[in-house]
Design a protein around this ligand. Structure first.
Ligand SMILES: [Fe+2]
Length: 471
């Protein structure tokens, strides 16, 4: 169940508070003392009080979307929401962490859900993606939400679908956790992690979770689709890459007729299964085996040529950017095959790869940039903090045995002029009862510790956080 945390830094003091999201799922589960709404990996248990016939009928229902917003804090029109990947979000008061309204995407645009990773323009316009399931098949939709409210009670009013891309396989669309955005384009990454809709719909009958309907199909290529943000037009050029799985994009920008697309990616799409409770409960050698067979995630760059036309030559590398090892080859009239370059040195292998990437988003998203931050993953959860300098792919690391830092959140210094002038915040947890949990503050330039605020409670491992400056 979504547990919201707040560290408040004010007048030299740090206070901490947490609150369970008072979602319908939370209330229903609490009331019935069992799981009443299916989550990604959790199956709804049938009500033991119902007779066999009623139970049979109730199992044929479509999975009810959960409003358990446990993935991220997101911002629309200046308000904070907590989101998972269904159609339901909760608007929350960042001060009290209480839900102020349950909001349903499908009341505003024809989608069955939206990701927990929207992108935001400097003016506040937000872009997101969500699937829709129609009698004609599954569609991937690009959504735009206007930057400001017309009335105080506004939530997603004015949201529009910028474009809809049909899934090639009508009943097996790709899963995506996020997408990339450059100055002019939304980049949808159609990866070979597939959702078998029939399996998902009948999962309840078979006692299987939603996650059981996901599968990795390495026979398929990954496809990058470019959608123009102003016109909604989908580029006729399809950029292909070998099968990869990606959860989080780092940045994307356009420079000299190329679109630079940076992401954390892995050659294996079965990563979700790593987090099954069966694995999390292992210890000793069995757990070592899990660690040793994990497919690692590394930061990678693809370089997509934007000016492909009838004169563009075939079968030669179109990437002429200096010092770039990425390859892009036109292989057919409307197809360019892309091979990535690494955004790291050999030394990142010692830290198990990198996930939860963050940048100086407010100033450098969609722009050329030099630094990103992330967690090293030698374990099933992040166990180090890493700063990567793209000039030479050199890295700085913060780590301490037995503690597990969360996604690093970059906060720029007031009036900062340099990209890495600021601090990095991370919530560091430990399973060791003698060591406490703390909010860690690192100097983003040197990656040295500036301080930590200890809290005398255990905090569970989380996904994503955000920084909100108030006066
Ligand atoms: Fe995420």
């Amino acid at each position: 169940m979504a547990l919201l945390h707040q560290f408040k830094i004010s007048n030299g003091q740090v206070t901490y508070k947490s609150r369970f999201l008072s979602s319908d799922s939370y209330q229903g589960n609490k009331e019935h003392n069992r799981i009443t709404v299916s989550e990604f990996g959790t199956v709804t248990m049938p009500d033991p009080c119902k007779n066999v016939f009623q139970r049979f009928v109730s199992r044929f229902e479509l999975p009810k979307p959960t409003d358990n917003g446990n993935v991220s804090f997101v911002n629309y029109k200046g308000d904070y929401y907590v989101s998972t990947e269904t159609s339901l979000m909760h608007r929350v008061d960042p001060e009290t962490l209480e839900s102020t309204k349950k909001v349903d995407w499908s009341k505003f645009v024809a989608v069955n859900g939206a990701t927990a990773h929207p992108h935001t323009e400097p003016d506040g316009t937000a872009y997101n993606m969500g699937n829709s399931y129609t009698s004609k098949g599954a569609y991937y939709n690009i959504i735009r939400v206007p930057p400001t409210k017309s009335t105080a009670e506004d939530t997603l009013e004015g949201a529009t679908i910028l474009c809809s891309i049909p899934s090639v396989d009508k009943t097996k669309p790709s899963y995506y956790h996020s997408f990339a955005m450059s100055e002019n384009y939304v980049v949808f990454i159609e990866q070979p992690i597939k959702m078998n809709l029939l399996k998902i719909v009948t999962g309840k009958l078979r006692g299987k979770s939603i996650g059981d309907g996901f599968f990795w199909d390495p026979k398929l290529n990954t496809i990058f689709h470019l959608i123009h943000k102003q016109t909604g037009e989908v580029s006729s050029i399809k950029y292909l890459a070998k099968p990869l799985s990606t959860f989080h994009q780092i940045n994307a920008y356009e420079e000299n007729d190329f679109l630079i697309l940076d992401m954390c990616a892995s050659d294996d799409g079965q990563a979700i299964a790593n987090f099954n409770i069966q694995n999390l409960r292992k210890s000793g050698e069995a757990l070592d085996e899990v660690y040793n067979t994990l497919c690692r995630v590394f930061p990678r760059r693809f370089v997509l040529p934007l000016n492909v036309d009838h004169e563009t030559p075939f079968n030669q590398n179109l990437n002429n950017r200096p010092d770039s090892a990425a390859i892009s080859i036109r292989i057919a009239k409307n197809k360019v095959f892309c091979t990535h370059e690494d955004l790291h040195g050999e030394d990142l292998h010692l830290y198990g790869g990198l996930e939860f990437p963050q940048i100086n988003y407010s100033k450098y998203n969609t722009k050329p940039y030099r630094y990103f931050y992330g967690c090293g993953f030698r374990h099933l959860v992040g166990d180090s903090l890493i700063k990567m300098d793209l000039h030479g792919n050199r890295m700085k690391v913060w780590e301490q045995p037995g503690v597990y830092p969360s996604e690093p959140v970059f906060v720029p210094s007031p009036n900062a002029t340099e990209e890495d002038d600021g601090v990095v915040l991370s919530v560091v947890i430990t399973p060791n009862k003698d060591k406490s949990t703390f909010l860690l503050v690192l100097d983003a330039k040197t990656f040295e510790e500036l301080g930590r605020a200890m809290v005398p409670v255990s905090i569970p491992y989380g996904f994503h956080g955000t920084f909100n400056a108030t006066t």
